[in-house]
Design a protein around this ligand. Structure first.
Ligand code: TYD
Length: 201
């Protein structure tokens, strides 16, 4: 099925992953590599429901929250990821199932179990770039760009625990990027990893 390549960008809020996705995309496009850029939560019905909940500051029950993210991903995989990969495209995706493992993993679900379920159901990434900053640095960046738009997911103690689950993950497709460094230095690190693992850039 997978003639294409799936690169996912993971990390806590304020880790800089979205900026790095954009920089990699610009780099690739300047070299004539066409990409498909996408993100989770999506802009579909489940994604909109998730964002409305996050902005409201009123959290739903953990099993409900988990279900929304999984339903959002099911729709995203079926309508965007599988068709793009099947067509041989290079997909850059801002957040994917490791976010569920880390964020919903600290809401009472066993992260290992969430990971196994996701890997059974969804296409595996060819590369998951994990941008690592400590929670305080992530929150400082979130504050600098205008504050916590989604207080539900961006509280300090919660993010520190999310970062700890990310830190505990170990998968062959996972590559860690020290994301405390200046944007340009992180970008160069991303390029080196993508060259080495995917053979492009
Ligand atoms: P985020 O990437 O910050 O989206 P945007 O910048 O477009 O608002 O994602 C929103 C929040 O959703 C973020 O705090 C992490 C959380 N999240 C989960 O808890 N589980 C998941 O599976 C995903 C994809 C995101």
């Amino acid at each position: 099925m997978n003639g294409g390549r799936l690169l996912v960008f993971e990390g806590i809020d304020g880790s800089g992953k979205s900026t790095q996705l954009r920089l990699l995309d610009e780099h690739l496009r300047a070299r004539g590599v066409e990409t498909v850029v996408t993100h989770e939560p999506t802009d579909g019905v489940w994604g909109r429901r998730i964002r409305a909940m996050a902005r409201s500051g009123e959290r739903v029950a953990p099993d409900e929250e988990l279900r929304w993210f999984v339903e959002d991903r099911r729709e995203h995989v079926a309508s965007v990821l599988r068709p793009a990969l099947g067509a041989g495209r290079l997909v850059l995706c801002d957040r994917y199932f490791l976010s569920t493992v880390a964020y919903q993993g600290v809401r009472g679900f066993d992260p290992q179990r969430l990971l196994e379920e996701a890997e059974t159901e969804f296409p595996l990434p060819d590369l998951a770039l994990l941008f690592e900053v400590d929670a305080a640095a992530g929150l400082a960046r979130v504050a600098a760009r205008g504050g916590a738009a989604e207080p539900v997911f961006e509280e300090n103690a919660y993010l520190a625990r999310v970062a700890a689950v990310f830190a505990s993950l170990d998968r062959p497709y996972l590559a860690r990027v020290a994301a405390n460094a200046p944007i340009e230095a992180v970008h160069r690190a991303v390029l080196a990893i993508v060259r080495q693992r995917i053979g492009i850039a």
